[in-house]
Design a protein around this ligand. Structure first.
Ligand SMILES: [Zn+2]
Length: 449
């Protein structure tokens, strides 16, 4: 079982200066090696060679399978052994480190595993791009390059002190002790606007995660369908609703303060110290809000997993696509405004991010008790009748759901959750739960009068 614990560090001024120096040097080397791999990549995709490739789509026509394009032009590309003689780009770039330390001796100050981890980070960025999971890696700016990482087995802990090789012993706020039997894996030091933090990955192989529940172990009436919304953060198929803190006055107040601080910061003279300080205050408030939201999400995740056998969520990738407005072509060949920019406003972006964050946390909590988390297509979950499966926009009447076909009615929020749960059950191969018969008896006329 792997866990991540985060602590705040108490560096002295000299240690802080060292860490700042490291970050600067690491960023310079990261960007240099990125350019190197960039050059190798450009060589192959240039039109001179007869190949053209669009960086954004990196589609079929691109000879990405060619080993040169994924590689590096520095270092020694060949291994000594004859078996698989070509080195990987990571290995090639790794072989340049001794040369670097000779040419620029100040790089010797950085702990060797920290330098190695920087190379790994670059390698991961590229392999993600070649797999089509991420965009082409970009050079990092100083404001974006804020962390460095130690390989497992380097960092030591002693009560309220931590030993970071190359920097020394440092105090930290031991806000929660590491449980017995856990070994420290990788350690990342991160600069944030509220100070320096260390996140420690700990692992205990003796505590395996419980096995995920099988279909036979899942009781259909203990399966929860979770409808994610803006007004209510979650409404479940068993009638539970969880408020969205973004709707409370307190949050709105803080959001307003954030806006004011941002405005004040952007009015400051560019490049001035005051501007820097002012944006520091903006970042600090951002972090504070993010921490609060995170704590709330863990609470919600615990509540949702409590006493359930399986959880069903909407697939957020599809949900995001669904909520996109249709393009409106006009006669002159262009496009009219379709309200997309208004719809995808700030609130929307925040909601999207918050949903993803929440689902990820639920998955972590659920895994600890072996509860499967199922994702289903969110199409028409708010418009479908769970009884006769008739889909119509007319079925929804504000807060109420009334089927215009068979007269089944229910709370609209609850209905979304029920539909999501039924889709999840179907995906698991379990028969859906019979709805209580008295619910369907009322005709829509009786409700409206
Ligand atoms: Zn119906």
């Amino acid at each position: 079982m792997q866990l991540g614990y985060v602590y705040k560090l108490k560096p002295n001024s000299q240690q802080e200066a060292t860490m700042m120096q490291w970050l600067d040097m690491l960023m310079a080397q990261y960007n240099y090696l990125l350019r190197d791999r960039n050059d190798s990549y450009e060589q192959v995709r240039s039109p001179k060679m007869g190949n053209y490739c669009d960086l954004r789509s990196h589609g079929q026509a691109c000879p990405l399978t060619c080993s040169v394009s994924k590689s590096s032009s520095l270092g020694y590309p060949w291994k000594k052994s004859q078996k698989n003689p070509r080195r990987s780009p990571y290995e090639i770039q790794s072989s340049t480190l001794p040369i670097l330390k000779k040419q620029r001796p100040w790089y010797k100050k950085i702990h060797s595993t920290v330098l190695q981890q920087m190379l790994r980070q670059l390698d991961v960025a590229f392999s993600k791009f070649f797999k089509g999971e991420a965009r082409y890696p970009k050079p990092k700016r100083r404001s974006r390059y804020r962390s460095f990482k130690y390989a497992p087995g380097q960092v030591k802990l002693d009560n309220n002190r931590i030993y970071l090789p190359g920097i020394g012993w440092m105090g930290f706020y031991n806000s929660r002790p590491i449980p017995d039997g856990f070994a420290i894996k990788s350690v990342t030091v991160r600069k944030k606007s509220r100070g320096w933090f260390v996140s420690i990955q700990i692992e205990d192989k003796s505590v395996p995660l419980p096995p995920v529940k099988t279909v036979n172990e899942i009781r259909p009436n203990h399966v929860k369908g979770c409808d994610l919304g803006i007004r209510k953060l979650v409404s479940t198929s068993d009638g539970q609703t969880i408020a969205n803190p973004a709707n409370t006055n307190k949050f709105k107040c803080q959001a307003r303060r954030l806006k004011l601080r941002q405005r004040a910061a952007s009015r400051k003279k560019k490049g001035s110290n005051n501007r820097k300080k002012s944006f520091g205050r903006v970042a600090s408030l951002h972090e504070k809000l993010a921490n609060k939201r995170s704590a709330y999400h863990w609470e919600v995740a615990k509540q949702l997993t409590d006493g359930t056998d399986a959880l069903v969520f909407e697939d957020l990738n599809i949900k995001g696509m669904k909520s996109r407005c249709k393009p409106k072509p006009n006669e002159s060949g262009g496009y009219d405004r379709n309200g997309q920019s208004a719809k995808r406003g700030l609130n929307r972006v925040i909601a999207d991010a918050a949903w993803g964050e929440l689902v990820r946390k639920v998955e972590v909590v659920a895994a600890k008790s072996g509860i499967p988390v199922i994702k289903v297509n969110p199409r028409h979950t708010s418009q479908e009748c769970p009884k006769c499966h008739y889909i119509s926009a007319d079925n929804r009447d504000g807060e109420k759901f009334v089927c215009t076909e068979c007269g089944y009615h229910d709370d609209a929020d609850l209905n979304g959750g029920v539909n999501i749960r039924n889709r999840g059950l179907k995906q698991l191969g379990i028969d859906p739960i019979q709805l209580p018969s008295e619910r369907g008896k009322v005709t829509p006329m009786e409700i409206t009068t």
